[in-house]
Design a protein around this ligand. Sequence first.
Ligand SMILES: [Zn+2]
Length: 354
Amino acid sequence: MPGIRFDSSESELVFLNPFNNFAEETHTVTVRRDPLLGDISVYNFRLRDKVEFFFGDCDVELIERLVEESARNCIFCGDTIERSTPRYPQRLVPEGRIKIGEAILFPNLFPVGKYHSVIRLSKAHFLNLTEFSPQIIGDGLRAAQQFVNAVYRQDHSASFVAVNANYLFPAGATLVHPHLQMLITPIAYSYHERIIQACRAYYQENGSGYYSDLLEEEKDLGSRYIAQTGKWHWLTAFSPMGNNEVFAVHEEENDFGALSEIDLTDIAIGVSKVLAFYGRLGHMSFNYSILSARDPFSEEGFHCLLKMISRQNLYPNYRNDDYFLQKLLHSELIINLPEDLAIKLRELFLGPNN
Ligand SMILES: [Zn+2]
């Protein structure tokens, strides 16, 4: 595939290790570049030894305490949600809030976009990562899509949708209760915009769509391609943007508002599996975003896509997993090789012996 390049380079470095009588030690640092955006990630095999320093184990007692204390004043629990969360004007949402299954969509009290909704996902105040069922995630996405289409009908400037999840405080959530946050905006926010612009540049240069080419190339290579759920293709990222990145690309649709009922079910099935996988790796906190753009972006190769990452574990005095490398240099550290993750995820999606 002429347009897709998986660039990586290696550097060797030497120092005298105080924990081994100052013996000379050689490290190899591999630098990978994202084939669309050029974003850098780095991998050093020896950092595996430091994983416990980077990611301590989740403190179960701390989590239990956090859940119990936060449940006392939770505005998403029980009937409180009816009294304590805002409603949309009738002209936009006739009932004020959109309810599907356990999901309830309402405006964010502190919006950061032209339309900024919160979607409470479950009645339960806390869910383990194995408890985010396809039903719970799917109903949240169905509520999100219903609102997107209500906005589309009234506001032609609303072109960009980002459906986002923050779970627990290492991921930036202020409330424990499982929820999504969705932005519908006339301007795509930075990373979203970079992807759209890069797809356009790729299309102009190659005469083909980036994501169609990527899926073809990754399927051929096989080392990062995980599986398909309906029209969604699941992969690990060559140069991830966060810990244990898994992403999914819809094979044709660019607009979240136009996804079919089956598409929403199929993405929810995958999200549920990946969250269970993060749980199996010992993680509990995560972020994900579904990015969408209305036409004409389909003609430039942009597809509706999902990006998921795990975040730092919960324990007292926990270390933030974004340090200078991520926050200021916009580069990422690879803890688990994407190709190794894909092997494990393939088993989870397809069963053993695939
Ligand atoms: Zn709650």
